[in-house]
Design a binder for this molecule. Structure first.
Ligand SMILES: Nc1ncnc2c1ncn2[C@@H]1O[C@H](COP(=O)(O)OP(=O)(O)OP(=O)(O)O)[C@@H](O)[C@H]1O
Length: 247
């Protein structure tokens, strides 16, 4: 069996009386698309916050390619290959889409300087290719503030991919997007991840999204993993239907 890209063992974290992780063990493998599902407050986002360095658990370990990353600052974890896209895209709204991409490239290349014109950043062609990958090359010169939510999400993904990650973590990638556009956005996103050879973990409440786009599912329940497996197996499980899916 191939070695996991990221491996969490025995993760424990509580906030006062709330236990958000109570012995989480989870492996994430190269190029898979893992959906995390579970009831509100089960600890799904907390897991993403731990693996990106924003929260330090009270116990356990997280390794990336065999190296411990707990206690490592978020920016360094990004450099090591774990990127994050947010429920609310983190774009500089007064800049164009391409300028947002160039800023991300400048951070990656450690050449960001507020006094340096963005036009002098040399990664322009690479950033346009990434925008093309997420179907946004034609909006490169538009202000980020003018974009509809779906395109903001795709640009946010391109910004994350500009960091050349091995793993992309996402919290409800299509939340806030009109129902009619959700599947189109997710199709583009999953195809872009495959072409860039990036694994993903996405927290998701929409079971249709999970069954269409996840290669594997992990079910969270009260700070524990209730079950992992392929979508067709997990979503037919009577306990998962009762505690998560409903109906
Ligand atoms: N920084 C924090 N301080 C205090 N409590 C927190 C903090 N972060 C999370 N919690 C609590 O931990 C529990 C798990 O939260 P988390 O956001 O991880 O759940 P979730 O499964 O992502 O929920 P949802 O599906 O509603 O987003 C919740 O009860 C939440 O209120």
């Amino acid at each position: 069996m191939t070695a996991p890209l990221l491996s969490a063992r025995g993760i424990q974290i509580r906030f006062g009386g709330v236990i958000a992780a109570d012995g989480i063990d989870l492996d994430i493998f190269d190029r898979e698309n893992l959906a995390i599902i579970g009831p509100n407050g089960a600890g799904k986002t907390t897991f993403l916050n731990i693996t990106t360095g924003y929260l330090k658990p009270q116990g356990g370990s997280v390794t990336l390619n065999g190296r411990e990353i707990l206690g490592t600052p978020p920016r360094r974890i990004t450099r090591m290959g774990v990127a994050r896209a947010f429920q609310i895209p983190q774009l500089f709204t007064e800049h164009t889409v391409l300028e947002n991409m160039l800023l991300s490239a400048a951070v990656r290349e450690r050449i960001w300087n507020p006094l340096r014109p963005l036009s002098r950043i040399r990664q322009r062609a690479e950033m346009l290719d990434l925008l093309d990958l997420v179907g946004c090359a034609d909006i490169a010169d538009r202000l980020a503030s003018e974009l509809p939510e779906g395109q903001r999400k795709l640009v946010d993904i391109a910004i994350a991919l500009a960091q050349r990650p091995k793993l992309l973590l996402m919290d409800e990638p299509t939340s806030g997007v009109a129902t009619a556009d959700k599947f189109g956005i997710m199709e583009i996103l999953i195809k872009a991840l495959r072409e860039a050879q990036v694994a993903s973990v996405f927290v998701e409440h929409d079971m249709e999204m999970v069954s269409r786009y996840a290669s594997r599912v992990a079910v969270w329940s009260q700070g524990k993993i209730q079950m992992t497996g392929t979508p067709d197996v997990v979503m037919k499980d009577p306990d998962v239907i009762r505690t998560v899916i409903g109906g």
